[in-house]
Design a protein around this ligand. Structure first.
Ligand code: 9Z3
Length: 422
């Protein structure tokens, strides 16, 4: 039997782009994002500041237009959110294009289940009724003490809070959420085009885990996919609108005609490849002279370098940062072209955090602690405090300054080429 060909096969990157964006509708919030991003970028063009677009988190692949079910991936957005903080520290303005509800710069320290924010807080003893503090709580006299940050976390939280406020007050961080892979691609294209006036001051840091497969809109079921036959109209006590759906028109339900008859249908999902838009980003969407860094995720160590090199050869951008799922928090590899055109690789490693399996800091939320005795809970709290005071190195604290150096070299080169021409 002949293999089924995807509609976009044999198309040039330009044709693929126009086919994809013509056939898959844009996100409803694209216009609003465009207008806030334009203001943000204009401000930093004016200040001659470098701007990095950080993409972060996973993308969903909806199975229905009115989406009940979707395919997703593992990414929590740790890499992106952490990197954004280090870019801000290095003086960049950051556009943070992230999967909605994934980790955000700064709040990541307290929002995730491994660092439950409630574990950082306490209720201070109540003040005497005459004190101004207790009388102002909730606008009335209160028997309750104020909620405070526990003493052992004060220093760290103050530091995070100050950095967060600084970024916010100086308009250095723009948060733009997306959900689906198509939303992501629309946003990436729009933002890259808006960034054109930044020229060499623009940097793209593509850390989002973008799905390689999707269902094109013209093949997507409108309504929730049914797992069994919809009763015939005469037996049905639902509205006319529902009876209009014929069981034959349900896209993914399937029963093997040769197999035993079953009540429930199988769900066979037929996905197309998501066109590779890195080529279009490099050769059209992004500003001339900007720096483009993509990530390559693998699970097989034997493929990591090979696939990273392939990406550089295929898309001719500046750097691929390769990482493996299991050790991505303490080991990455920079793969790029040497000046003579050959490939080079450079490993960046940090000490593996103690007692860590996946690289996440071992933490414990109140829910988990509830079953512990008072002394065990106290010991868990003390361990948590120790963990926080022991400064774990984050690999992004090494990656980002390295990228800044490379970006600086590119900007300098662009400037001297410009001066030579003049
Ligand atoms: C990465 O490789 C990121 O480092 C991770 C970060 C997704 C592994 P977490 O969010 O994980 O911190 O949990 N991102 C890029 C993965 C990707 O989809 N790359 C594409 C590919 O490999 C190219 S852009 O084809």
């Amino acid at each position: 039997m002949a293999a089924k060909t995807a509609p976009a096969d044999n198309l040039s990157p330009d044709e693929m782009e126009s086919h994809y964006f013509k056939t898959n509708p844009q996100p409803v919030f694209l216009q609003t994002h465009t207008s806030v991003a334009r203001t943000f970028i204009d401000r930093h063009v004016e200040a001659n500041r470098r701007v990095v677009l950080v993409t972060s988190g996973g993308t969903t692949v909806p199975l229905e237009t009115q989406t009940v079910r979707f395919i997703d991936n593992f990414s929590a957005g740790t890499r992106g959110a952490t990197s954004a903080e280090y870019f801000l520290q290095e003086g960049y303005a950051v556009i943070f294009l992230h999967r909605q509800f994934s980790l955000l710069p700064y709040s990541r320290h307290y929002s995730h289940s491994t660092n439950c924010f409630l574990d950082f807080m306490d209720e201070a003893p109540s003040q005497p009724a005459s004190s101004s503090l207790s009388s102002t709580i909730g606008g009335q006299n209160s028997e309750h003490g104020p909620i405070v940050v526990r003493p052992e976390y004060q220093d760290e939280m103050r530091k995070v809070l100050r950095q967060y406020r600084y970024a916010k007050e100086n308009h250095l961080l723009l948060l733009l959420p997306f959900t689906t892979v198509t939303d992501y691609l629309y946003e990436l294209r729009t933002l890259a085009n808006l960034m054109k006036p930044l020229g060499a001051n623009a940097l793209f840091y593509l850390a989002a885990a973008v799905s390689d497969f999707f269902i094109p809109r013209d093949r997507m079921a409108e309504h929730k996919i049914q797992s069994n036959e919809i009763p015939a109209p005469e037996q049905q006590s639902v509205t006319a609108a529902h009876t209009a759906i014929s069981p034959d028109s349900i896209y993914t339900g399937f029963n093997d005609p040769n197999g035993p008859q079953k009540q429930q249908k199988k769900l066979i999902v037929d996905l197309d490849p998501v066109p590779k838009f890195l080529h279009r980003l490099v050769n059209g969407w992004a500003p001339a002279g900007s720096m483009i860094v993509s990530f390559k995720l693998e699970t097989d160590p034997n493929l990591l370098i090979l696939k990273s090199e392939q990406a550089i050869q295929r898309y001719s951008h500046h750097l691929v940062i390769g990482n493996l799922l299991t050790n991505r928090k303490w080991e990455v590899v920079f793969v790029s072209r040497k000046p003579d055109g050959g490939m080079q690789e450079r490993w960046i490693r940090i000490p593996r955090p103690r007692g860590s399996v996946s690289g996440a800091l071992p933490g414990m939320c109140a829910g988990l602690e509830a079953g512990l005795s008072a002394s065990a809970a106290a010991a868990a709290a003390a361990a948590r405090a120790e963990e926080h005071s022991r400064k774990e190195v984050e690999i992004e604290s090494v990656i980002i300054p390295e990228l800044k150096k490379m970006h600086t070299a590119m900007i300098e080169k662009a400037k001297s080429a410009h001066a030579d021409k003049a």
